[in-house]
Design a protein around this ligand. Sequence first.
Ligand code: BG6
Length: 507
Amino acid sequence: MTENKKVLFTIFGATGDLAQRKLYPSLFRLYRKGDIDEQFAVIGTARRPWSDEHYREVVKETVASLKPTEEEAEKFASHFYYQSHDVQDTEHYVTLKKLTDQLDEKYQLNGNRLYYLAMSPNFFGVIVQHLKSQGMMDSTGYHRVIIEKPFGSDYETAKQLNEEITAVFSEKEIYRIDHYLGKEMIQNISAIRFANNIFESMWNNRYIDNVQINLAEDLGVEERGGYYDKSGALKDMVQNHVLQILSLLAMEPPAAFSDHEIRTEKIKALNAVRVYTEKEVHENFVRGQYDKGTLDNKDFPAYQQEPNVSEDSTTETFVAGKFKIDNFRWSGVPFYVRTGKRLTEKGTRINIVFKQVPVNLFKARIDEPCKDKKLPQNVLTIYIQPTEGFSLSLNGKEIGQGFNPQPVKLDYRNSAEAVENSPEAYERLIFDALNGDSTNFTHWDEVAQSWRIVDVIRHAWDKVDPDFPNYAAGTMGPQAAFDLIEKDGFEWIWQPDNWYRERGLLK
Ligand code: BG6
């Protein structure tokens, strides 16, 4: 690690929202912990004509909430340099290279370079070509590039982008970010599966009825309407975060816990996800867009009234669907997914719903109102955010006379203190990239297959005009999302909207 942490970060898009909200605070946390020490420097580039002084002031503001001492903030910010830069202008790379060499000398960075592309993907190609042509890949140390999503807008554009990048960086030097892979509980999926025999031995179609992946947001599009209206929930969430989570849940146990072995298994899992025909898309996927709504006495506007969104927009803000995985382990087990904006609550959680016991011995004894005299199903829930932990619902016997089964829940949550002190997703990911560990980044083969899966859904939808808006802000999406799962005889395990409805706080 000592050698790795001597590094020059060059951030393209240094004045942007991501750099300010995520990158600078993450770098500060790494600095504070000594994961990067005095031998590092950051060149921030963007079009605006900022001075080093102004840039450092901005950096200090972005870390203020982490409560550094004045001296600490000053010392940290002194490592930051600003270069006004037009990514299309070759001359600017000459200046950038000069500054790079000077800083390498000043901080003794051994030629290690980490390029961070945090701007519009249209420019990724032109940036990396210049890095090569202007000799910025010739230094003696390592050269790595971190790339923000979206990686393309469909398979073809992603492929083209990938070709441009791989003309300069090899696959093992490319770190494609999916920030969900940096989340504590996403990383915990592997521990839950592979460190507990009681789960892994049952992790298949003999014992699991269905899997439900929920990525719900209570926020609307906020100030990102311009981007979002061209993207929509399918590309914004399903192509990346949802399919990454699905691959971690569905993959076979890797031969070793290494980036290469894990990626191999994730790719195999994604390759087994059925790529639907148009007809299958309409049977298995539904979309929605939020209308105005009232939740808990607060009024929310419709999506079409949000800033930078067109008034007759047909962009989906909600997707629910059923993936089928055609392999021995999962054949017959639906993987339901649900994601959307302006839903009842923010919540990322996975429900693994186990099958009923083969014979219900308690049938005759179950008192009303137990539905259909069926036993409640065992459910393993993995809570990713806002709380972190997992729970397992089991059946016990109701205390007292008789043999009435009663559901009980074993519930574990990481303490608020542990959550507060655990590294933030970006901090983990930058740390991994510094160490050359690509376990929590997406390989090109994963990106490519995810686009193939999603492209057919997009194409099928594009042929039919949706009837939008179709769900009220504050609810858990359109009726079609409930019908989708109910027609298979299941229901969404997580229904936070019911709590509000029962109290008259949601219609
Ligand atoms: C991003 C999407 O990738 O993930 C956003 O572009 C979304 O639209 C965000 O809000 C959700 O991330 P998190 O970490 O807040 O769940």
